[in-house]
Design a protein around this ligand. Structure first.
Ligand code: ATP
Ligand code: MG
Length: 570
C-alpha cells in the first residue's frame, strides 16, 4: 500500500471528548471517526486492525470446530416476546417499527434468532453437538457510550452459541471455547486475566470474563494476594470482615438529620465512623419490594441478591415505592420497624451500635443493634468485595486491579431452549431440552484494549499480529531520486517476501512522516535517508523499543523478515 493512494487523516490534536488514550490515539491516527455518540466509522487504517482481530478470532473458532454463519441485524419482536426479553431488556434494546407497524429491534445479541434456527432444523441427538458463530455489528443503546470503541452503541462482536444434548457435552463445549479464547487473546498479544464471573450461586463455575488489565478499565478485578483466585468485583465472594466493630451497646434514639441523605453526610453530622452506619437500600425483586442492608463503607450488590433469590431481575425501587414501604422520602429508609423482607450483608451483623435511617423525613436512629432492634430475614453475602477482604479459597487478602472485559463465556443451560421450545429426540426416542452456551468477544474493544496496554507519548505500539501494517518504508528525502528509487525497490521486495508493508511516498517533511509512523504505530520502520546515501546503510527501527539498527542493502529483506518473526509474526 502507498500512503499517497491510501486514506489516513492523522490529526495533531486530540478531540475534546476523548478521555482515554486508546480513544485519543485511534482518532488522531485516523483509524476511527465519530458519527454520533457511540457510533463510529472504521476508517481504512482502523478497519485493517479490526479485520486482523476478526481473522485471528475466525481462525481460532474454526480450529475448535465452530461453524460461521451470519444472522440478520434486524430481528423480529415476536422472537423476543417468546423468550420474554422484549419486556425485560429495557432501554439498551433499540426498538423500531417497519412500514406495517410491526415491531423489530436491532440485535444487541442473538440468542433468540439462533435458538429459532436450531429448533427449526434440529430434531435428533444425531445432529448435536453444534457450535455456530458470527462476526457482526450489534447495537446496544448504552446509557453512557464513551471511550471510543471500548463502549460504543454500535460495535462489532463475535458471538458463538453451542448446543448440546447433556450437561457433560455442554461442559466440553464450554471448555473448548475457554481454550479458544485463551488462544485468541494470546495471539493478539494481550496480557489478560480470566476471571470467575459467577459467585457459584448455581454451584460451580459457569461463566468467565476475559479481562485486559489496564488502569482505564471499567471493571474491577479482585485477585487474592496469596492464591490464584480471581473474580469480577460483582461476583467475588465477600466473607464477614475480620475486623468487627467494637463499640458499646446503646439504646436506640431518634436524631434530627435535616437533608442528610448520604452515608458520609450522616456520619459527619453525627460524628461516627462510616462503618457504623447501616445503609438500607429498597429494591424491587420481580414483583416484591425488599430491603438490602450493607455497612456504610460497603456497596450493595444487586446481582448477588438476584442470584440468592433466584428472581429474574432486581433493580432500585421507584421513589414512590420507597415512600410507600418506608413512609419516608428517599434517603431515610431504615430496618427498624420495616415490614418488608430484609436481606442483610454478613458485615452488618457485627455492628454493636449502628446509625440507620428512621423511616421518617430528616430522621435517623442511633444506637441500633441488629437482632435486638430489627430482625433480618437472612444474613448473607449481598455486597461488593473490597480490598483487604478475606479470600474464600485460602484465607489470604484481596487486592483490586482495573480491567477491560474483552470476552465473556457463559453457560446458558436451558433458559432459551425452554422458553423457545428447542428440543431434540434422544436415542430412546424421548424428547429432551437442548443445553446451550454463549460466547462473546468485542472486536473493537479488543483493538482499543491493545492500545491501552501498548502505547507511548508518540502514539500506538501495535503488536505485529494486529498492526494495520507490519512495516513502513519511509524515504525521508523525496527530492533525492536515489532515495526514492531504493525505497520503491525495497517496498516491492518486502511485499514479495510476504510482509504487510506500506510506503510513505508522500512529498512531506521527514518530521511529518516520522511522527505519523510513530503515531500509527507500525511495529517496524525502514528509513531511507542521508545515511543510505553516504554509507549505503538502511535504518530499521523497532517501534516498541525504539532500537535502530543500520543494515546493509543486501541484508535488508532478510533482516526485516527475521525481526518481524522475533516480534511475533506467525
Ligand atoms: P459490559 O459489562 O462491558 O457492558 P456485557 O457483559 O454487556 O459487557 P456481553 O453481553 O457479554 O457484554 O458481550 C460480549 C462482549 O462484547 C463483551 O465482553 C465486550 O467485549 C463486548 N461489548 C459489550 N458491550 C460493548 C460495547 N458497548 N461496546 C463495545 N464492545 C462491547
Ligand atoms: Mg453491557
Amino acid at each position: 500500500m502507498r500512503v499517497t493512494q491510501f486514506f489516513m487523516p492523522t490529526l495533531r490534536e486530540a478531540p475534546a471528548d476523548a478521555e482515554v488514550i486508546s480513544h485519543i490515539l485511534m482518532i488522531r491516527a485516523g483509524m476511527i471517526k465519530k458519527s454520533a455518540a457511540g457510533i463510529y466509522t472504521y476508517l481504512p487504517m482502523g478497519l485493517r486492525v479490526i479485520r486482523k482481530v476478526e481473522n485471528i478470532i475466525r481462525q481460532c473458532m474454526n480450529e475448535t470446530g465452530a461453524i460461521e454463519l451470519l444472522m440478520p441485524s434486524v430481528q423480529p419482536a415476536e422472537l423476543w416476546r417468546e423468550s420474554g426479553r422484549w419486556q425485560h431488556y429495557g432501554k439498551e434494546l433499540l426498538r423500531m417499527k417497519d412500514r406495517h407497524n410491526r415491531d423489530f429491534c436491532f440485535g444487541p445479541t442473538h440468542e433468540e434468532v439462533i435458538t429459532e434456527i436450531i429448533r427449526t432444523y434440529v430434531s435428533s441427538y444425531k445432529q448435536l453437538p453444534v457450535n455456530l458463530y458470527q462476526i457482526q455489528t450489534k447495537f446496544r443503546d448504552e446509557v453512557r457510550p464513551r471511550f471510543g470503541l471500548m463502549r460504543g452503541r454500535e460495535f462489532i462482536m463475535k458471538d458463538a452459541y453451542s448446543f448440546d444434548i447433556d450437561e457433560k457435552g455442554a461442559q466440553e463445549s464450554y471448555e473448548k471455547m475457554r481454550r479458544a479464547y485463551c488462544r485468541i487473546f494470546e495471539s493478539c498479544e494481550l496480557s489478560y486475566k480470566m476471571v470467575d464471573a459467577d459467585s457459584g450461586a448455581i454451584g460451580g463455575s459457569f461463566s468467565h470474563e476475559f479481562m485486559v488489565v489496564a488502569q482505564t478499565g471499567e471493571d474491577a478485578i479482585i485477585s487474592c494476594g496469596s492464591c490464584n483466585y480471581t473474580a469480577n468485583m460483582e461476583k467475588a465472594a465477600s466473607l464477614k470482615p475480620d475486623n468487627p466493630h467494637t463499640g458499646t451497646e446503646e439504646e436506640p434514639k431518634e436524631r434530627h438529620t435535616p437533608n442528610m441523605h448520604t452515608v458520609s453526610e450522616v456520619a459527619k453530622f453525627l460524628n461516627v465512623p462510616e462503618t457504623t452506619v447501616i445503609k438500607t437500600i429498597i429494591v424491587q425483586a420481580d414483583d416484591t419490594v425488599v430491603a438490602i442492608l450493607v455497612r456504610g463503607d460497603h456497596e450493595a450488590n444487586l446481582i448477588k441478591l438476584k442470584n440468592y433469590l433466584g428472581v429474574a431481575g432486581v433493580e432500585m425501587a421507584t421513589p414512590d415505592n420507597i415512600c410507600k414501604v418506608t413512609g419516608a422520602p428517599v434517603g431515610f429508609a431504615g430496618p427498624v420497624g420495616l415490614s418488608i423482607p430484609i436481606y442483610a450483608d454478613n458485615a452488618v451483623s457485627d455492628i454493636v451500635s449502628a446509625v440507620t435511617g428512621g423511616n421518617k423525613k430528616d430522621t435517623h436512629i442511633t444506637g441500633v443493634k441488629p437482632g435486638r432492634d430489627f430482625a433480618a430475614t437472612v444474613y448473607g453475602d449481598f455486597r461488593n468485595a473490597v480490598i483487604g477482604d478475606i479470600c474464600p479459597s485460602c484465607g489470604g487478602k484481596y487486592t483490586v486491579a482495573r480491567g477491560i472485559e474483552v470476552g465473556h463465556i457463559f453457560k446458558l443451560g436451558t433458559k432459551y431452549s425452554v422458553s423457545m421450545q428447542a428440543k431434540y429426540l434422544d436415542a430412546g426416542g424421548k424428547q429432551q431440552q437442548i443445553i446451550m452456551g454463549c460466547y462473546g468477544i468485542g472486536v473493537g474493544r479488543v483493538s482499543a484494549a491493545a492500545i491501552e496496554q501498548s502505547h507511548d507519548e508518540a502514539g500506538i505500539i501495535w503488536p505485529v499480529p494486529i498492526a494495520p501494517f507490519e512495516v513502513a518504508v519511509v524515504p525521508l528525502n523525496t527530492n533525492e531520486p536515489v532515495v526514492v528509487n531504493l525505497a520503491e525497490i525495497i517496498y516491492t521486495e518486502l511485499k514479495n517476501a510476504g510482509a504487510d508493508v506500506i510506503i510513505d511516498d508522500r512529498n512531506e517533511r521527514a518530521g511529518v512522516k516520522l511522527a505519523d509512523a510513530d503515531l500509527i504505530g507500525y511495529p517496524l520502520r525502514v528509513t531511507i535517508g542521508k545515511r543510505t546515501l553516504s554509507e549505503g546503510l538502511i535504518e530499521v527501527t523497532i517501534r516498541k523499543t525504539r532500537e535502530t539498527t543500520a543494515v546493509k542493502r543486501e541484508n535488508i529483506i532478510a533482516y526485516v523478515k527475521n525481526t518481524l518473526i522475533s516480534l511475533g509474526k506467525s
